[in-house]
Design a protein around this ligand. Structure first.
Ligand code: SF4
Length: 170
């Protein structure tokens, strides 16, 4: 039990902060939306396989509907033609929502410094955790998920970042 929770076994009741309870539930079930667009997608699929046991984090259930997902894992290159699709998927996710940019292409365009490639997905949607590498190993995705869980733990349970605020800077 965390330090914010106090159990009184003798009396048969538990007292805690509501925000601790909400974040505890959220951090235990970060359902991922796997969005693999290139080679990094293979490493992401590998991480989702049984050998890496994402169920430890409550993230073993990939959601292919944005409306039922909490964490968008963008793994791979995004061309400019794909930008509207990526934005639409992010917009369709219900708040609170988080984004992991997996691999050099998702973080910065990677080796594809060309006119047709987006130079990092944070140019169009907010990113919470960046994973460097070309490609990163599945363990790196697990580490990123751990970092995201810590972030969720400390987040405000009701006030979330708004996409419209993010867009002001662009
Ligand atoms: S970072 Fe490397 S492995 Fe990942 S999608 Fe780009 S080129 Fe492929």
């Amino acid at each position: 039990m965390g330090e914010d929770i106090q159990a009184y076994n003798g009396g048969g009741w538990i007292a805690t902060k509501l925000e601790w309870l909400i974040n505890w539930g959220r951090k235990r079930s970060p359902w991922p939306l796997p969005y693999g667009t290139a080679c990094c997608g293979i490493e992401m699929m590998c991480a989702l396989a049984s050998g890496y046991d994402m169920a430890r984090f409550g993230a073993e259930r990939p959601s292919f509907s944005p409306r039922q997902a909490d964490v968008l894992i963008e793994a791979g290159t995004i061309t400019l033609k794909m930008v509207p699709i990526l934005k639409r998927i992010y917009e369709q996710m219900a708040a609170p929502k988080w984004v992991i940019a997996m691999g050099a292409c998702a973080c910065s365009g990677g080796v594809f410094r060309t006119y047709s490639t987006l130079q990092g997905i944070d140019r169009v949607i907010p990113v919470d955790v960046y994973i460097p590498g070309c490609p990163p190993r599945p363990e790196a995705l697990l580490q990123a998920l751990g970092m995201l869980i810590k972030k969720i733990e400390k987040s405000h349970p009701i006030l979330h970042k708004r996409y419209s605020d993010f867009l002001v800077g662009y």
